[in-house]
Design a protein around this ligand. Structure first.
Ligand code: FES
Ligand code: FES
Length: 188
C-alpha cells in the first residue's frame, strides 16, 4: 500500500447539490493513498462523501443511530464510524476504506488475509456488514496478531451482523491469522 500512496495522483472533484445553503469549501482528503480535492459543504458527513462523491460504496450505512458499525473506516489506522464524522475535520488524516484493503502488487491486486479468510470461511453472507467488520478486524490484528475468540468478539462488538450469528466471522478472522502466519513462514 505504501507504494500505492507514493504513486497516488491528486484527483479533483466538485460537489454541488441543489438546495445547499452553506458556502462550500475546498477540502483535501487522503483516501486509500490517493489525495482528493473536493468542494464540499462543511456539514457533509464522511460516509456521504465516500459513497456519493467518490463512489466508494463499499462503506455502508446501516442505521441512523451510530449503533451498527457498517460505516466503519480506518482513520490513521484506527476504526471510526464515518456516519459520525464531518469530512472537513479529517483533512490531515489517512483514511482507509474497504476498497483500500487489498494490496497493489506488480501483478495486480492481492487480497488481504482477512478478505481471503472471509471468502474461505463464509464470513460474508449478505455482505452488508462485511466491509466494516473487516476494517475493525484489521485494526485488531494490527494490535494483536493472534487474538482469542473472546478478544475477536470484543473487538467486533460494535459491528452488527444480522446473518452469520458471528461464528463464521470469528472463524474467518482465525483463518486470516493462519494465512498471515503461513505467509510469514513461507518468506523464511
Ligand atoms: S451507519 Fe454508522 S454506525 Fe450504523
Ligand atoms: S453478513 Fe449479512 S449482515 Fe453480516
Amino acid at each position: 500500500m505504501g507504494e500505492a500512496k507514493d504513486r497516488a495522483e491528486c484527483q479533483w472533484h466538485v460537489s454541488k447539490r441543489e438546495g445547499e445553503s452553506v458556502n462550500p469549501e475546498w477540502v483535501r482528503l487522503r483516501i486509500n493513498g490517493q489525495l482528493h480535492e473536493i468542494e464540499l459543504q462543511p456539514n457533509r458527513l464522511l460516509i456521504d462523501v465516500l459513497r456519493d462523491d467518490l463512489r466508494l460504496t463499499g462503506t455502508k450505512r446501516g442505521c441512523d443511530d451510530s449503533s451498527c458499525g457498517a460505516c466503519t473506516v480506518l482513520v490513521d489506522d484506527e476504526p471510526q464510524m464515518s456516519c459520525l464524522m464531518l469530512a472537513v475535520s479529517y483533512q490531515e488524516a489517512e483514511i482507509t476504506t474497504i476498497e483500500g484493503v487489498a494490496a497493489d502488487t506488480e501483478s495486480g491486486q492481492e487480497l488481504d488475509a482477512l478478505q481471503r479468510g472471509f471468502a474461505m470461511e463464509g464470513g460474508a453472507q449478505c455482505g452488508y456488514c462485511t466491509p466494516g467488520v473487516i476494517l475493525a478486524a484489521k485494526y485488531l490484528l494490527a494490535q494483536n496478531p493472534d487474538p482469542s475468540e473472546q478478544e475477536i468478539r470484543e473487538a467486533l462488538s460494535g459491528n452488527l451482523c444480522r446473518c452469520t450469528g458471528y461464528s463464521q466471522i470469528i472463524a474467518s478472522v482465525r483463518k486470516a491469522v493462519e494465512l498471515a502466519r503461513e505467509r510469514l513462514s513461507s518468506r523464511g
